[in-house]
Design a protein around this ligand. Structure first.
Ligand code: RUQ
Ligand code: CUA
Length: 638
């Protein structure tokens, strides 16, 4: 399935002193002409790793970046990690790779009561889908710089997009994208600010999808969606030809673009989706789309009032640039000049010159005239990252390598000049998907570290049963040579991450008493005539009972309360502690109830008192020397 007949592959110039020994012994030389080996995806990375171990490099070429952060020292970067099909997001510190926090997003989390507390159920729109497949976390931007406000992430499995507030580091909004199935690619508008979050729906479905036409494959299509980042509502959707994969945006604010496979709609099975020699990059003209929506030039689909515009081939709203073959990742360079399309089933990347897109939409040039270079890197290019010094780093899934290449030299080589654009290939372990550089998806790419998110760890860690962790590798890119400095085991599955300098993120230390996260609970208290900060009160409303209590370590404001068997009980706890890091919990034994109440937070949980007699509740977050004593009794009268 992989085209490996790369007869005209650029050979390494062995006379060139600027090319390292490592590169000269290119893995390509082992593979050249050997199509048979290419099929053995699993074997390649492991098998050749030892052969490829690099000769000693001059120390001056290596960077000075470190992995070891001493006890008590703080990391320089936050990494926001997709938790893959665990449905969560994790915060790592870089370069230590220490896991700092987990943020439940689409999943239930008994530590924090996410999916259990009333406030989190409101975020989850009271869904019963406490599962998700999170892929692409990306932070909001202003003028192409991270602004530290939100991180957005998609759920492929339930076609949702979520927003995380970076002050409290909690998920605060989740929406289901209508009219589509399987939201995969997700990126933000970079300039002038993140007005829109762009989301690709991958799978084509019939419209209307009501069972009337499911065998008519000509009625199938999918759409590109723009979500208003503040209101978290879908602003518009664009019908496209083909299946959408990944997406990114430019640094003018005018364009977003998505990789698109099966663009001739030639089939819904594996063979069909891979049949084309060329698929497409679809460019979305945001201005033209907004104008079409404003002019009423749209339709709506049953069950939603989202404006849907037609962006199929030939439309003024989109342009389709042919690129080889089943392209996957799409990455905009930090200088804003190029976007790089990663060929996946082709050993190439295609670089498109963004400044030419205006002429393309004006009809002055042909789609392929936007190609600045299309060069071979190796087998299975999936994603590309940038260091801000003119170098690009592309993951080669099948070769199990990171390929470092020069953007400028690639353009010269494509123009016919005899120049070596590949700088180095570094073995990674094994089969990398995404990679990311520090600050690399913004104008502030600083070229310090590269993360390679490897899909397999195989033999790199102590075995833990048939299920292996994945392997996130930390690579120092601050020098001329990439140097692998850390292996980081990670759990199911690190689809993607983004790395932001700590100066950009300003997390809160305490909750604010008027935080919107618990505004519904505050409104309920107001109705009940309860002041959350002072009152310890039981309000009965038919068979609904609301129990308001405060908490100050190591005691709840109420150590007993009475209800009747069968009552629907809501316990609302307000944590009055003003001390950073003193979080309480509320756990009702034998009722599946446990929630987090951070300092100055109000949190609530609702359950049925379905067991008679004494039911103990206790604090399940360690808060005090007398934490074990922080408890009380619910008396359930028959
Ligand atoms: S895609 S391994 Cu879900 Cu991020 Cu490229
Ligand atoms: Cu409060 Cu433990």
């Amino acid at each position: 399935m992989i085209d490996s007949n790369n007869k005209d592959l650029p050979l390494i110039d062995t006379e060139d002193d600027t090319v390292s020994e490592h590169v000269k012994i290119s893995r390509r030389l082992f593979l050249s002409g050997s199509t048979a080996m290419v099929g053995a995806v699993g074997a390649i990375g492991a098998g050749l790793g030892s052969i490829m171990s690099s000769p000693a490099l001059a120390d001056s070429k290596k960077g000075a970046a470190v992995h070891n952060i001493k006890p008590g020292e703080l990391d320089e970067y936050y990494g926001f990690w997709s938790g893959g099909h665990s449905g969560e997001v994790r915060i790592l510190g870089l370069p230590s790779m220490r896991e700092l926090m987990r943020i439940p997003v689409f999943n239930i989390d008994s530590a924090t009561g996410y999916g259990i507390s009333n406030e989190s159920k409101e975020v989850l729109n009271h869904t019963t889908h406490l599962a998700g497949d999170s892929h692409h976390p990306h932070m909001s931007m202003t003028d192409g710089h991270y602004d530290g406000k939100y991180v957005f992430i998609n759920d492929k499995s339930n076609s949702r997009v979520a927003r995380i507030r970076c002050d409290i580091m909690k998920t605060d909004k989740i929406i289901t994208i209508p009219n589509v199935q399987a939201i995969h690619g997700l990126r933000v508008q970079k300039v002038p600010h993140t007005k829109y979050v762009f989301a690709n729906a991958e799978f084509v479905i019939p419209h209307p999808n009501d069972g009337s036409n499911m065998f008519d494959e000509s009625a199938y299509y999918t759409m590109f969606s723009a979500i208003d980042a503040e209101s978290m509502t879908v602003a518009w959707q664009v019908i496209v030809d083909g299946n959408l994969d990944n997406t990114d945006a430019d640094y003018t604010g005018k364009y977003a673009f998505s990789t698109c496979y099966n663009s001739k709609d030639e089939g819904l099975d594996l063979a069909g989706t891979m049949r084309n020699e060329r698929d497409h990059l679809v460019i979305f003209n945001i201005e033209n789309i907004e104008a079409a929506v404003a002019a009423g030039d749209f339709q709506t689909l049953p069950g939603s009032d989202v404006p849907v515009v037609n962006g199929r081939k030939g439309s003024k709203l989109t342009a389709y640039v042919p690129v080889p073959k089943s392209p996957h990742g799409i990455n905009t360079a930090p200088d804003g000049k190029y976007c790089v399309v990663n060929g996946k089933l082709s050993p190439t990347v295609s670089m498109l010159e963004i400044a030419k897109f205006d002429d393309l939409f004006a009809g002055k040039i042909e789609p392929r005239d936007t190609i600045a270079a299309e060069v071979e890197l190796g087998l299975g290019p999936l994603h590309t990252a940038f260091d801000g010094r003119g170098n690009a780093y592309t993951t080669l899934f099948i070769d199990s390598q990171i390929c470092k290449w020069s953007v400028e030299k690639a353009i010269r080589a494509y123009a016919g000049e005899d120049v070596q654009y590949i700088q180095q290939k570094l073995d990674v372990h094994y089969q990398p998907g995404h990679n990311h550089t520090t600050m690399g998806e913004t104008r502030d790419a600083d070229g310090k570290y590269l993360i390679s998110l490897c899909k397999f760890s195989k033999d790199r860690f102590l075995p833990v049963g048939p299920l292996h962790p994945e392997n996130d590798q930390l690579i120092d890119i601050s020098g001329d040579e990439m140097v692998l400095i850390h292996d980081g085991p990670t759990y199911a599955e690190p689809h993607d991450c983004m790395i932001v300098h700590r100066s950009k993120v300003k997390p809160a230390k305490l909750w604010s008493r008027d935080d919107p996260y618990f505004s519904s609970t505050r409104a309920m208290a107001k109705k009940d005539g309860v002041t959350l900060e002072t009152d310890n009160k039981v309000i009965r409303d038919g068979n609904k009972v609301r129990v308001y209590m405060t908490s100050v370590a190591p005691a709840y404001g109420m150590d007993k309360f009475n209800v009747k068997l069968g009552d629907e009980v809501t316990v609302i706890v307000t944590n009055l502690d003003m001390v950073e890091d003193v979080t309480h919990g509320f756990c009702m034994v034998n009722h599946g109830v446990q929630i987090e109440i951070g300092p100055q937070q109000t949190a609530s949980v609702t359950f049925i008192a379905d067991k008679p007699g004494v039911q103990w509740y206790y604090c399940n977050w360690f808060c005090h020397a007398l934490h074990m004593e922080m408890r009380g009794r619910m008396f359930v009268e028959v």
